[in-house]
Design a protein around this ligand. Structure first.
Ligand SMILES: [Zn+2]
Length: 297
């Protein structure tokens, strides 16, 4: 059944790409160096201001703070095309606002796992994230590996970042991503019992921090993401930001819809049929009908 759905998905995606007028030269460059920064006319981030072709639909997915959550997530089980983009280690004074512009132009809501030191330095960026519908999660004060420090140190790291986020935007985070992915079950249980956090890992890792080039980062994200998955990236690297227009448009054209991590988690616990159907079509009515059929699985 899931394979059938994915097949339908792929067929729809191909149609979508066709209708979107994707030209052959773009396809030829697909696996190599798509760098918007190479666009002389548009400056470092090329299409800035030009307006993307695709927009993420509006969803009203309420997050119930009292809903019991699992200890940890890297994906949810679903055949519907919902995914969550996550960005770690910021906010960065230049790259993060640029990324927020890219997300805003596509109506995409993402999740930012911020570090406390940067949060204290740039609280205005945290406020902007919240004002524009993104989710902010805890990534410790100093990017410390939680499974390698004492409980006292870990507590100071977690609480310090939480306080910095609350001071910046007034919203208490409910999710945490362990720096470096260093965590064990004991720490996950502790984070949940003491702070109520779910530990958020990832299903897709383009290894953007190794700086393989924007084209590679975008291509990995587009080809490796499946329904229900959480995608990892970092908003402190220029090439990662440069990869985002292509990565996000690629996922949108495949029919994926973006939600925050907490929205994704709450979707797992609801019947997909209950989800408010998007009013706007991504491309055309045929596509919309087919994609809506996915919800009734
Ligand atoms: Zn990190």
């Amino acid at each position: 059944m899931s394979k059938l759905t994915l097949l339908l998905f792929s067929a729809v995606s191909l149609c979508s790409i066709f209708f979107a007028g994707c030209n052959s030269s773009e396809k030829k460059n697909g696996n190599t160096a798509y760098l918007e920064g190479n666009n002389k006319k548009g400056g470092l981030f090329g299409r800035h201001g030009e307006g993307p072709r695709l927009r993420n639909p509006n969803f009203s997915i309420q997050v119930d703070p009292n809903l019991a959550r699992s200890l940890t997530y890297s994906r949810i089980k679903t055949q519907a095309p919902f995914i969550a983009m996550t960005f770690d280690d910021g906010p960065h004074p230049v790259y993060t606002p640029r990324l927020l512009d890219i997300l805003k132009a596509r109506n995409i809501k993402a999740t930012f796992f911020v570090v406390g030191t940067n949060t204290r330095r740039y609280p205005g960026i945290i406020r902007r994230m919240i004002a524009e519908g993104h989710e902010v999660g805890n990534h410790t004060v100093n990017h410390k590996y939680l499974s390698r420090i004492s409980v006292e140190q870990a507590r100071a790291e977690v609480m310090g970042c939480e306080r910095a986020i609350i001071a910046a935007c007034g919203v208490r985070p409910t999710i945490l991503r362990p720096p470096g992915g260093h965590i064990n079950n004991q720490v996950k249980v502790w984070l949940n019992r003491e702070f109520g956090y779910s530990t958020i890992m990832w299903a897709v890792d383009p290894e953007d921090w190794k700086r393989p080039g924007s084209g590679v980062v975008a291509q990995r994200i587009i080809t490796e993401t499946d329904p229900g998955e959480i995608v990892l990236a970092h908003d402190i690297h220029g090439p990662t930001i440069a990869a985002m227009p292509r990565a996000l448009d690629g996922l949108l054209s495949k029919g994926y819809r973006f939600v925050t991590v907490s929205q994704l988690i709450s979707l797992e616990r609801r019947k997909l049929a209950d989800i408010e159907t998007p009013k706007e079509n991504l491309h055309n009515s045929d596509y919309s009908k087919k994609s809506l059929a996915l919800f009734s699985d």
